[in-house]
Design a protein around this ligand. Structure first.
Ligand code: NAP
Length: 492
């Protein structure tokens, strides 16, 4: 824990140039906050638009299962959200509008991927795919977590005569109405797609490797009167946001880190009651997970069990053996004939800033530093990479709280460290290897108590089976991010 802390306030001293990599939720946030601090920021975005995950994902049914008002920047509240859980396109439009309104868009270098970062003489040399070169005092990597699609190596996929694609690369040219659609995977993405598609397609076949616990959650539509009230009374909106956050903190954040908590028992009970609404006992048992609720990321849906009981929907639990030109062959010998095959198979979650080639002090590169898996001190900084900061980096609270709050709190920590550089007192700041080792030891020990470690396969687990998440409380996260323990840093 941070003891004997001091918080740098960044008064006076030298001017800084900071590169922000990625113009998604966290990159826009960083750009706005750092510019507010008077820091000269340049944002690099390999795509041609802002939005990150909300730009890449356009699948039918896409929405955010964090309440819209909670998934909103603190400095740019949006009284106009249409629903309690906002649709993806609305969220994308929100990020675009914030980037425009706060003058960030013109500062973004679009369509040019950062390929290399090399630390030299107290700063970072940055190179992009187009050959552009620049130099910065510090780098903020806001490159996302769920970014690189996981395409499973299913034999025969390339021989499929219908259309196939990953959910994060949805092909909107492919007609779906009245088609036979197969969906591989049963995560949050697949569940939203089932709800959106089943009434449009001829048949919907869900290929389920593992069943999922699903929590019933209605999606209220905000009326014009609701929206007008929030616009006229920002303090009422703020109070309502605070109540929602408290509910999430007390109901979910506290539950996931303590497998014996009464909150987790309650979640379990609610999921079981939801599953009990499935009428056909055979289907119900197919859909029953053999692990605890919230071990995999909990799924929230207003109507998944309702929709999966439609007569044109089917759940296939036999293992996929191969894809043939006309469909998917499963281990029981059945050929499931399909026109469209959608892979809702998730993401490669251990990439973080990579494939950018990051070379730190004394020529040490990030791939070497992370040979045993990605780690970062308090999930933000990495030994041997001075003045390099990560938002939503390794082992952070990806499954605990709203990622906007997470990134904003982490940014508070980053701004305090940048304050040290701006003060002129130091030119290089990075955590000591010892501080990271202590943090990791404690984090991994705490992981044993969490629900993620209760016996399921999930993207939360690292290659050794230990949850790659923040295994402590929200309060601890807030406190750690709100201060800097100088003893944990190598300052030069
Ligand atoms: P995911 O949770 O990682 O689920 C991937 C699914 O694909 C799992 O059911 C997995 O089965 C299955 N799968 C993977 N490889 C397979 C293979 N070779 N054969 C058969 N099945 C295979 O991915 P996701 O649904 O895209 O969600 C990822 C994360 O994105 C979520 O956990 C959440 O954090 C975020 N998300 C959020 C929202 C939101 O509303 N906020 C919406 C969508 C996504 P196993 O379970 O057996 O591994």
């Amino acid at each position: 824990m941070a003891q004997g802390t001091s918080t740098a306030d960044g008064q006076g001293g030298r001017d800084l140039r900071v590169a922000v990599i990625g113009a998604g939720m966290a990159g826009i946030l960083a750009a706005v906050r750092l510019e507010e601090d008077g820091i000269d920021v340049e944002i690099f975005e390999k795509a041609d638009r802002v939005g990150g995950t909300w730009r890449d994902n356009t699948y039918p049914g896409l929405s955010c299962d964090v309440p819209a008002h909670v998934y909103t920047y603190a400095f740019a509240r949006n009284p106009g959200w249409s629903h309690f859980y906002a649709p993806g396109a609305e969220i994308q439009a929100y990020f675009q509008s914030v980037a425009d309104r706060y003058g960030i868009t013109p500062r973004i270098r679009f369509g040019d991927e950062v390929t290399e970062l090399r630390f030299r003489d107290g700063g970072w040399d940055l190179a992009t795919a187009s050959g552009h070169r620049d130099r910065f005092d510090a780098v903020v990597a806001a490159t996302g977590v769920l970014h690189h699609p996981n395409i499973p190596d299913i034999p025969g996929l390339d021989r499929f005569e219908g259309a196939w694609f990953h959910t994060a690369r949805w092909n909107h040219e492919v007609p779906l109405d009245d088609r036979r659609v197969g969906l591989v995977g049963t995560g949050s993405t697949a569940v939203q797609i089932v709800s959106a598609l089943v009434d449009r397609v001829r048949t919907l076949t869900l290929f389920q490797r593992s069943a999922q616990w699903v929590m019933q959650s209605d999606n209220k539509t905000y009326t014009e009167a609701d929206r007008a009230r929030y616009a006229e009374r920002p303090e009422a909106l703020e109070a309502s946001i605070e109540r929602m956050k408290r509910t999430i903190r007390e109901g979910i954040s506290a539950a996931v880190i303590d497998a014996d908590s009464p909150q987790l028992a309650q979640i379990d009970e609610r999921c079981r009651a939801n599953l009990d609404t499935v009428v056909d006992p055979v289907l119900r048992e197919k859909l029953r997970p053999d692990y605890r609720a919230a071990c995999k990321r909990l799924i929230f849906s207003p109507d998944f069990y309702d929709k999966i009981q439609r007569p044109n929907a089917g759940v296939v639990t036999d293992r996929i053996v191969e894809v043939e030109p006309t469909g998917v062959r499963t281990a029981d010998g059945t050929l499931h004939e399909l026109d469209v095959l959608v892979l809702a198979t998730g993401f490669a979650v251990d990439r973080f800033v990579r494939p950018v080639h990051v070379i730190g002090r004394d020529g040490i590169d990030l791939d070497t530093l992370w040979a045993d898996g990605p780690v970062a001190h308090l999930s933000v900084t990495v030994p041997h990479l001075p003045n390099f900061f990560m938002l939503n980096g390794p082992n952070g609270p990806v499954g605990n709280f709203s990622l906007i709050d997470v990134a904003d709190a982490q940014l508070g920590h980053v701004r305090a460290l940048l304050g040290l550089l701006r003060s002129g007192a130091v030119r290089e700041v990075s955590p000591t290897p010892e501080a990271l080792a202590d943090f990791e030891e404690e984090r991994r020990a705490a992981a044993a108590r969490t629900v993620w470690a209760t016996g399921c396969r999930s993207w939360y687990l690292d290659r050794t089976g230990v949850p790659a998440t923040w295994t402590f409380s929200w309060e601890r996260f807030r406190d750690e991010m709100g201060s800097v323990d100088l003893a944990e840093f190598d300052l030069r």
